[in-house]
Design a protein around this ligand. Structure first.
Ligand code: LER
Ligand code: MN
Length: 238
């Protein structure tokens, strides 16, 4: 908060083991809000994925996401990220089948999110992290008829997968629910090749008024990364 941030995105491994009241007290003490809850650690730690062919793992992923949705209300965020927890596909797990299962899970969670007035934000990830939904148009196809699922655009992933990150913002504008920012090398915005003035211009053009959630490598240090990101982005937002 000293560096000028308004919020924090929380990466929560297990939503059943969080003291929301305590957490909220700490966050408010620093005058911050919860920008979103990210969920990838649940997949990395327990293997729970929304597209898993293993019913038990998929069922646990759904249980976790229902709890993430409830937690996002308690933390006054109402935004839950679906990134790595969508799962993966490869030679063993057929991509079309995985996509079908993912879609089923999304429909179920969409209904649950609607009851709680929460938005799920689905994040296309680059091909080196998963083969299951890399591009924005694929993601839009998947979620366009779901009332409570929107797209999370991560500038780093978009740079690797889209023809042009600036046009991509404009394309996804009508579905945009959240934004992760990192530069072309995943360092802090300002330390790579992305033109941040153009990014912000397009975001404003499509009417995006949400958070720019910094998700960059903590180099040269966590604090420096945050300071550099703020120095690059804040002047563009005033
Ligand atoms: C999550 O938001 C993300 O961008 C992934 O690259 C994490 O592995
Ligand atoms: Mn991201």
């Amino acid at each position: 908060s000293n560096l000028g941030y308004d919020g924090v995105e929380l990466n929560i491994q297990d939503p059943f083991h969080v003291n929301a009241t305590n957490l909220m007290r700490i966050i408010e003490k620093y005058n911050l809000s919860v920008a979103a809850i990210s969920t990838g650690l649940s997949y990395l730690t327990y293997g729970y994925s929304l597209s898993s062919p293993n019913e038990e793992l998929r069922g646990n992923a759904i249980k976790f996401f229902k709890k993430y949705i409830e937690l996002s209300v308690e933390l006054n965020s109402r935004k839950v990220v679906i990134g790595l927890a969508r799962g993966k596909c490869n030679q063993d797990v057929d991509c079309d089948k995985a996509k079908e299962l993912l879609r089923e899970s999304l429909e179920m969670l969409n209904d649950y999110a609607r009851q709680y007035n929460v938005i799920l934000v689905f994040e296309p990830l680059n091909r080196y992290e998963t083969k299951l939904v890399n591009r924005l148009n694929e993601a839009v196809e998947l979620i366009r008829d779901l009332s409570n699922v929107r797209i999370l655009l991560d500038t780093f992933h978009a740079l690797l997968e889209e023809r042009n990150v600036y046009d991509a913002i404009e394309y996804v504008g009508p579905y945009l629910g959240h934004v992760h920012v990192a530069d072309s090398n995943r360092l802090a915005p300002g330390l790579g090749m992305i033109d941040w003035e153009r990014v912000v211009y397009r975001l404003l053009k499509v009417g995006y008024r949400g958070y720019l959630s910094v998700e960059a490598r903590t180099e040269p240090s966590f604090k420096d990364m945050l300071a550099i990101s703020a120095k690059t982005l804040k002047p563009l937002l005033l």
